[in-house]
Design a protein around this ligand. Structure first.
Ligand code: ZN
Length: 219
């Protein structure tokens, strides 16, 4: 299935320790079997919102920019379970969450303070062990390294489009992983991270979309 349309949601912006401001994007894949949402923006204890100087939007407002409502989302993919990627999962409690099993285990172990956001009562997980098709024309591929269970999404859109999550924060890092200066947190496991970027490059995507940068990379 080709030609699936991807829409970018502006969910928040936050300020890093270096004083740089970063956008926070989610993406909607307009799928005939029901819209697929990739990542749900920022939530978390107030401490995170303060520390990162978050200017937040509700997912419902961001969807309304595209004439969509939360009920239009049939399934959610979390690239990983950091506070700026799963923050509003509970808004989509009607939908299953496609997450790598290793990522859920990591988050349950390391991020107990986020439990209300990704592990709320009634949350339904579709736990994945590596690559998987989530709908015709939409696949997740395991891209560990940023976190142990990070995954990216590959869409048969205008060519093969990649929603890269935090596998690379910026086009620059994506294009030059060996020489780019890596912001804190980019790679929890550098060797694994580098291998994941190699893998993405080898698949020669037509477009790469970033959670934390507005430019779209080509190839
Ligand atoms: Zn992250």
């Amino acid at each position: 299935m080709g030609g699936l349309e991807i829409r970018r949601l502006h969910l928040a912006s936050l300020e890093g320790v270096d004083g740089r401001r970063w956008p926070v994007h989610g993406f909607v894949v307009m799928h005939p079997k029901g819209c697929i949402l990739v990542d749900t923006g920022v939530g978390g204890p107030d401490r995170f919102l303060t520390d990162w100087r978050v200017v937040n939007r509700t997912a419902a407002d961001a969807l309304a920019d595209h004439d969509l409502v939360p009920g239009d989302i049939a399934l959610v993919v979390n690239t990983h379970l950091h506070f700026d990627h799963c923050g509003q999962n509970a808004v989509f409690g009607h939908a299953p969450f496609y997450v790598q099993r290793s990522e859920l285990e990591r988050a349950r172990r390391e991020a107990r303070q986020l439990t209300d956001w990704f592990d709320f009562a009634g949350a339904r997980f579709e736990l994945l062990d590596g690559d998987a098709e989530v709908a015709p024309g939409v696949r997740v591929i395991a891209t560990p390294g940023h976190t142990v269970g990070h995954q990216s999404v590959v869409v048969d859109g205008d060519g093969e489009e990649v929603l890269i999550g935090d596998a690379a924060y910026t086009p620059q890092i994506y294009s030059h992983p060996d020489t780019a200066e890596l912001p804190k947190g980019q790679a929890a496991d550098l060797q694994t991270w580098t291998a994941s970027l190699d893998r993405l490059h080898r698949s020669r995507p037509s477009h790469v979309h970033f959670c934390h940068h507005t430019d779209v990379a080509h190839g």
